[in-house]
Design a protein around this ligand. Structure first.
Ligand code: NCD
Length: 308
């Protein structure tokens, strides 16, 4: 049966574990998967800028033996002529076996999924969610910590517009014993719909603070994010808030020796390059992990749809 992934909560915790197991198996024996999607096509529809997510999906499909067709920007597609997301989804269903779509509007991937006859993967819908980044985050946490429970997770930066933050909160709220420290300027706090939908719903303890250094000693994971310039209503506010948090080596002096520092990237100023060689910096491993998890997800959805 055709199934789409719009939100990380569309996958059960058991399915997440299965995806991680598949990704680990791909890492151990990539040749076994080299023809798993022979002659199948992934369509990447990216109506917003992307480097990692799009290339990661494309590399994932190639490594599964499949092909990629794509629309690289709204301006070069019929969206520029006024075509609806629904019509685009119906059209692309005639050419491809699976769609990965990024769009500036919240809910666009859902509209695509309800109109496509093939699986749709949300590669980011406005400030809402970004489930496959969370798959990358989860594999990284798993490989660093070997557990999803009993972790103190600091999320720092733009927690209002940062869709990767929303999806990660949703994902980690389903495990026992986790605690969140939400570090942001007042104006960029986690939206209440996210708190209600997961933190409060699952009774997960959390604190909100503006002070990264004070929070540092208790953190097992520090997830830094960029201030999402494109979602601001005015440039002045962006300029005022953009450098609210800059992680430098001296700010890590009270951090745990096994802290895992994650960032969905792109980085602007939030993490000094001097941290890149610190063994606690995991953000480039996270990029690679994203490709393996996207391979696992493409495989799962194409199998469920009976395409492979
Ligand atoms: C993120 C996104 O697009 O939401 N990037 C990504 O996919 N890795 C984070 C960001 O743009 O800040």
């Amino acid at each position: 049966m055709k199934r789409s992934i719009i939100d990380i909560l569309d996958l059960s915790t058991q399915e997440l574990e299965e995806l991680i197991a598949t990704a680990e198996d791909i890492i151990a024996d990539p040749d076994k998967y080299a023809h798993a999607c022979d002659r199948k096509k992934l369509a990447t529809l990216f109506f917003e800028p992307s480097t990692r997510t799009r290339m990661s999906f494309e590399a994932a499909m190639y490594e599964l033996g499949g092909h990629v067709i794509s629309v690289s920007s709204a301006m070069s597609s019929s969206a520029a002529k006024g075509e609806s997301v629904a019509d685009t989804a119906k059209t692309v269903s005639c050419y491809a076996d699976i769609i990965a779509m990024r769009h500036p509007k919240e809910g666009a991937a859902y509209v695509a999924a309800t109109n496509a006859t093939i699986p749709v993967i949300n590669a980011g819908d406005g400030g809402h969610c970004h489930p496959t980044q969370t798959l990358a985050d989860l594999l990284t946490i798993w490989r660093e910590k070997r557990r999803f429970e009993g972790l103190t997770i600091g999320l720092c930066g733009d927690l209002k517009f940062g869709r990767t933050v929303h999806s990660l909160i949703n994902a980690m709220s389903r495990y026992n014993g986790n605690r969140f420290v939400l570090i942001s300027p007042e104006e960029l706090k986690v939206p209440s719909y996210v708190k209600k939908g997961s933190l409060k719903k699952f009774g997960i303890p959390y604190t909100q603070t503006t002070d990264l250094e004070a929070a540092m000693p208790e953190l097992d994971i520090l997830y830094m994010t960029r201030v999402q310039r494109e979602r601001f209503f005015n440039e002045e506010d962006y300029l005022r808030l953009k450098d609210s948090y800059i992680l430098t080596p001296d700010k890590l002096k009270n951090a745990k020796p096994d802290l895992a520092i994650l960032h969905p990237l792109p980085r602007v100023n939030e993490i000094s390059v001097a941290i890149d060689d610190d063994p606690r910096a995991c953000y480039f491993k996270q990029v690679l992990n994203g490709k393996y998890m996207r391979m696992a997800l493409i495989l799962k959805l194409l199998k469920e749809a009976g395409t492979i």
